[in-house]
Design a protein around this ligand. Structure first.
Ligand code: SME
Length: 166
């Protein structure tokens, strides 16, 4: 994408139709660019400004056995999370989405922003290889539904397909 990109709000928030629209926006935004930092930065910005009720949206990249913070929107957050620790490390180790209604009740949750209550972490798999996670936090308890999970998993897959990982 070159030039100005006008973000459209999610008209049908948290529904399959809303996420299908958002996926179109994401594909347009990432079109023609395969750089990880560029695509992760724009994806985090798009999600933060379209998905309602977020206080943090961003990426952790797998480096060896550790997740290292990548582009994000929100308050500064923990830099390194070992595999298996916190929600991010758990989603990465399981290679499965972790969606919690109340992250304070999740044993081992790493609190970066005290405003966060609900959280969803999606593993990023490039041709079966774990490359990182996408993490979204919300101050709203029980913020993320099954529809959010399905929609966000599609967006995560679109981001991975559009991006080169070393
Ligand atoms: N809560 C996460 C840490 C990352 S921040 O929320 C941005 C965790 O438990 O892994």
């Amino acid at each position: 994408m070159s030039g100005m990109f006008e973000i459209k709000p999610m008209m049908a928030a948290d529904t399959a139709a809303g996420y299908a629209e958002l996926e179109q926006q994401l594909r347009a935004l990432l079109g023609g660019e395969r750089d990880y930092t560029a695509n992760a930065a724009n994806t985090a910005a798009l999600l933060f400004h379209t998905v309602p009720g977020l206080n943090w949206a961003g990426f952790y990249r797998l480096v060896g056995e550790t997740l290292v913070i990548g582009p994000f929107q929100g308050k500064p957050a923990c830099v390194r999370i070992p595999l298996g620790q916190g929600l991010c490390g758990t989603a990465a180790a399981r290679r499965a989405t972790v969606r919690v209604p109340n992250c304070r009740a999740f044993p081992g949750h790493i609190a970066c922003d005290p405003a966060s209550n609900a959280e969803i972490v999606l593993p990023l798999l490039a041709q079966g290889r774990l490359v990182g996670v996408l993490d979204l936090d919300s101050p709203v308890l029980n913020r993320f539904s099954e529809a959010d999970q399905t929609g966000l998993e599609r967006l995560a897959a679109a981001f991975v397909a559009a991006t080169d990982f070393e």
